[in-house]
Structures are given as C-alpha cells and as structure tokens.
Write a protein that binds this ligand. Sequence first.
Ligand code: FEC
Length: 331
Amino acid sequence: MSKQRIGVLVMSYGTPESLDQVEAYYTHIRRGHPPTAEQLHELTSRYEAIVGGFFPLRENTNKQVQGLEATLRQEHPEVEFVCYQGLKHAHPYIEDGVEQMVKDGIQEAVGVVLAPHYSVMSVGGYVKRAQDKADELGLKISFVRDYHLHEKLIDALQTRVENALGKFEGNRDEVRVMFTAHSLPAKILEMKDPYPDQLQATSKAIADRVGITNWQFGWQSAGQTATPWLGPDILDVMQTVVKAGRSPNGELLAHASREEAVRKILLCPIGFVSDHLEVLYDIDIEAQALAKELGIQLERTESLNTDPLYMETLSDVVYKKWQETKLANPS
Ligand code: FEC
C-alpha cells in the first residue's frame, strides 16, 4: 500500500533575492504603496550593511524547510510528508505554495509559520491568505497557530542563553537579559491579541529554566508609521537602564544596586527564528553601535536557524495538528 501524502505549507516572511528587488519587496510589505526614494535608500543601505547585500533569510528558510521535511520523514516514516514554501512578501508567495500542492495532487495539508508567537497581524495574516487560496482550490488544510512554549523550543533557547551568558566575565547575575520581538501597531492591544502575553510567557519560561531573575522584555524593529507601535523599544530601554545607575557625567554611582548599574546586556530575540535583517542589522549593527556609545558590553543569543531541536519542535506541532484534524474529521 502506498504511503499517505500530506502537504506541509511552511510559511515565512520572505526576503528579496537581490538588491534590485528591494523596491518590489518593500512595495509588497506596504500593501502595494511604493516607498519614497528616501525610504528605499534607507532600507537598501540596511541590506548593504549586512554582509554587502546578501539576503540570509532566503537561504535560512530554504534550509529550515528542508530540515523540517527530513525530520518529519525520519520521525514518521509511515507518512510521506512533502514540504512547500509559502512566503509572505516574496516568491514563492503563500498562494503559490498552496497552488503547487494542488498541482502535485496533494489533498490534505498542514500549515505552519516560522514564527512561534501568534498575533492576528502576523501569523493570523499568513493563515488567512493560505486558507483563502486553499478554499478557492478545494484543498483541505489546517494550521498550527503557535508553539511558543513547546518544550524543545524552550530547551533550544535555554541553551542559547546559557552559551551567550558564558561570553561575559564575572557574575552572570550582573547581566541584564532582554528578550525581544518585533513590535506591532499598539492597536493589537484593543483586540486582546495574545502576542504580548505569549512573548512574556516564553521569556519567563526561559528565565526560569536558566535560573535568572535579572531580565526584562523589550520590543524591537518598530515601523516608521504615524500610528503608535508597542513599546518600549529596546534601544530606549538600553539607554534607560544604563543611565539609571550613573551620574549625569556618566560615572557609575557607588551606591547603585544590581538593578540600576547595568553594564552588561544580553539580547535574546525570541520572536525570530532565523538570521535576517532584523537580527543582523537592528541588533548586531544598530544596538551594538548604541552599546559602544554607552560603553557597555552587549551580546546576542545565536539564532535558531536549523537547530535540530527547532526542527523537532516544528515536526512535532505539524504532526500533532495533522493527527488532531484526522481525529476530528474521520473519513
Ligand atoms: O531579512 C529580511 O529580508 C526580512 C527581515 C524581516 C523579518 C520581519 C518579521 C516580522 N515583521 C513583522 C511585522 C511588520 C510590520 C511592518 C513590517 C515592516 C517591515 C519592513 C521590513 C521588514 N518588515 Fe517585518 N520583518 C522583516 C523586514 N514588519 C524590511 C519594511 C521597512 C521597515 O519598517 O523596516 C509594517 C508594515 C506596514 O508598513 O504596514 C507590521 C512581524 C515579524 C515577525 C513575525 C514574522 O516573521 O512574520 C510581526 C524577519
């Protein structure tokens, strides 16, 4: 008997393939509104700054998709899982991935986003586009909504925090650990969106595992729009916590407590699973420049990329979602 073939739509943000595609990419992010020349120049310069215009997210997503397919097949040899990419803002788009599955004769599929935390404005947007296309083409598809507290994800992040703490000399309690994630427009709070709570929960789970109390959460990479975004931004937080234990001329106050006298910061971008612009520029270049200015040591945890524990997390949530859907709709 031939194995059952199950499609897996692996959705990710997407990135340009070359510098001349940055304008089209940015226009797509802005829902069809082209950026001004100044905005385009600013974004292109950020891409140029991360290893000369190389687009690491594309290769990382390719590897994550291959890694997930290999893990699913190894862990569940009785099923033929076939992974397809669906990108939010670049080719192959989410709709292309769904269409390709149908062309290949896939009848049942599971969708998963390479972002562990749910927001109606992030994961919700991916899911809606995939579901609309699947409905149009008659594909049966269910979705993993979030996996922000999956045991193996927390294991992988715990190891990263512990390894990064090892880069600081002295007592690790002196290191302020800041968990970060992409900011979103503050209006999500009115919608009772789970995104902020899920990020707090992941941060706390990691902190408890590592056994640290000197930690906080901050937002990063907010967009430049007229509407307010979730804050505080990590760049502001860094300034505030470093300046708190110092005199106006920058001297460390003798009586400053551990909480006040921050001189070592570890950033842990838990909202992202890959090396890309928001990590390699916003943290490694922008936040590092600020740290230098403030005269403090700043380190960052390594991105998950294809960490086997992350691949196992994804494999587990995809398989469980497929099983759950099968039980709910026995054929
Ligand atoms: O490396 C790369 O090429 C891509 C890096 C990248 C990732 C990413 C992830 C998320 N975003 C989220 C929300 C928003 C909202 C807007 C927005 C805008 C941008 C711009 C760039 C960009 N994002 Fe992004 N995001 C990445 C890159 N993002 C570039 C446009 C210029 C700028 O603002 O910097 C605002 C859209 C609008 O104008 O309406 C909202 C969220 C995530 C994390 C979850 C996910 O991966 O989906 C949330 C990676």
